[in-house]
Design a binder for this molecule. Sequence first.
Ligand code: TMP
Ligand code: ASP
Length: 254
Amino acid sequence: MNRRRRIYEGKAKILYEGPEPGTLIQHFKDDATAFNNKKHEIVDGKGVLNNRISEFVFNNLNAIGIPTHFIRRMNMREQLIREVEIIPLEVVVRNVAAGSIAKRLGLEEGTQLPRSIIEFYYKNDELDDPIVAEEHVTAFGWATPQELDDIMALAIRVNDFLSGLFLGVGIRLVDFKIECGRLYEGDIMRIVVADEISPDSCRLWDINTNDKMDKDRFRRDMGGMLEAYQEVAKRLGILNENDRPMGTGPTLVQ
Ligand code: TMP
Ligand code: ASP
């Protein structure tokens, strides 16, 4: 399996050369990191869960016409994706104050924001992914104004879809991060959602208890990270074959 050419290794995933030109294989590792790798642990089985949850989300995004890099899941840890040119931004959408915005603006965690807010962070480990304005994005050429419009439109659509998806299973979507890429198809280029969408990249709170069901359990040393991710998968109908809210959900991992 590992004889394939490795293209890139990140903190939680590895990209390998795909079976056909223009494709890659995205491999989910069990590594949990926070604060730019200062905190690092192996959480057995996290990669398998994120692979499944992200597959579920991306399949649904594709199905409602939100373009993504996702083609199909290949096995427990890997998915086949289209090769895209990643735009070096973390695009964060927030519905409820938590994490860095709560700290930066002195908001109480859990406060509903007046409207959904989109933020951009420049992907650069040496700089600890600093927050940037649209002005920086276009001035430094990380994305053109037209691309930025497309990215924001995608982010809002993903937010609306995910908010409803999670609300339907008793989970509040507090915030999430996406990455976007340029997909080249002949003469045409379009912006698509790339990377992953999983409890690693979202804040998910139980609607009744406000229990955290995401990577904050790890960041804040709360314990129970894997159990929380399992609960998210279970509620989405991914883990239990007999319990699929969407009717056509994926089947049990072997
Ligand atoms: P923040 O409140 O720490 O800025 O995080 C906002 C959202 O982005 C939250 O859902 C977690 C996610 N996120 C990532 O996916 N990767 C990161 O490196 C960071 C800092 C946040
Ligand atoms: N993913 C980032 C890291 O590994 C930060 C985070 O998610 O909190 O440091």
